[in-house]
Design a protein around this ligand. Structure first.
Ligand SMILES: O=C(O)CCC(=O)C(=O)O
Ligand SMILES: [Fe+2]
Length: 285
């Protein structure tokens, strides 16, 4: 008779959420960054604990991995660090320190940057914990690589050749973008693709905010809903419980993420930077 323990042992080990100890990101060299990049390509989500970073460090680290992303403030929760507008402050605290009551942001599976036209959707994120709430506030990650490998072949067949159409103006967290804003044309991305750097096959499914080219809104919802239902379970998900000083790096092309919420009105604050990390877009420094 097989037991739950046997079943657990038979599951492949979780791929995402790899911990790299003993690396000081404040003094990281370009050579050190190459090692970390390799880990991000391999594990999609990498945790670097015990960092001591300021806003300036966050901006510099992003530059070591690619071309830094400058987001308009409408796409940065309206809260960018004063000294470094490239640093988005992900927080339920206003710049004056007061709490935004019952704040909810990013509490749904998504990939940052899917509104950029290819290959700019190759966005790497750097998220650093400054204030950890007394309860809740985890960040969830879902492994789009392993989930594709273990997908029902029928569903996979249905997804072959399909592309998502992403319109930044339809993303609720960017609701202050104007309808006639021309900076963000609709972006098209294949749902099943091979990563341009690692060659790894992965899923890029979007969510309820996007449509599938050639399908109605309802058909898109149905297909994407089934992909997300497959993804949102063991062994594909990893919930990161933050400790102050954690820096988490991830490749938005090979995982999804979301805020798990649940922090009520307890202060929560993270710094976020991003870079375009497609090989064609990296700055030569
Ligand atoms: O607040 C979180 O846990 C995640 C926020 C998020 O989606 C992001 O920083 O891109
Ligand atoms: Fe996000």
């Amino acid at each position: 008779m097989s037991t739950t323990a046997d079943a657990k042992q038979q599951q492949p080990p979780r791929r995402i959420g790899h911990v790299l100890e003993g690396i000081d990101m404040k003094t990281l060299t370009p050579e050190g960054a190459e090692k970390v990049r390799e880990a991000v390509l391999k594990y999609s989500v990498v945790v670097l604990p015990k960092q001591d970073l300021e806003e300036e460090d966050m901006a510099r680290i992003a530059e070591l991995f690619g071309a830094p992303v400058d987001l308009p403030s409408e796409m940065a929760f309206g809260h960018q660090a004063k000294s470094q507008p490239r640093v988005t402050v992900v927080s339920n605290m206003r710049p004056d320190g007061t709490i935004i009551p019952n704040n909810k942001a990013a509490e749904y599976w998504h990939q940052d940057g899917n509104f950029w036209v290819a290959p700019r959707e190759y966005v790497m994120n750097f998220l650093y914990s400054v204030i950890v709430p007394e309860e809740g506030g985890d960040t969830g990650f879902a492994d789009t690589v392993l989930a594709l490998q273990q997908m029902d072949p029928e569903l996979r067949k249905e997804l072959e050749g399909l592309q998502i159409e992403v319109d930044a103006r339809k993303i609720p967290d960017f609701s202050s973008l104007k309808e006639d804003d021309e900076r963000f044309p609709v972006a098209l991305h294949s749902i099943i693709f091979n990563h341009d750097e690692s060659g790894i096959e992965s899923l890029y499914p979007g969510n309820g905010n996007v449509t599938i080219k050639g399908k109605t809104k309802e058909e898109s919802r149905d297909i994407i809903g089934r992909v997300l239902a497959h993804l949102d379970r063991e062994p594909y998900v990893y919930y990161h419980k933050w400790t102050k000083g954690d820096l988490v790096l991830w490749d938005n092309k090979t995982c999804m993420h979301r805020s798990m919420g649940g922090y009520g009105n307890h202060p929560r604050k993270l710094f976020r930077t991003q870079c375009f990390h497609h090989p064609n877009l990296r700055t030569q420094s």
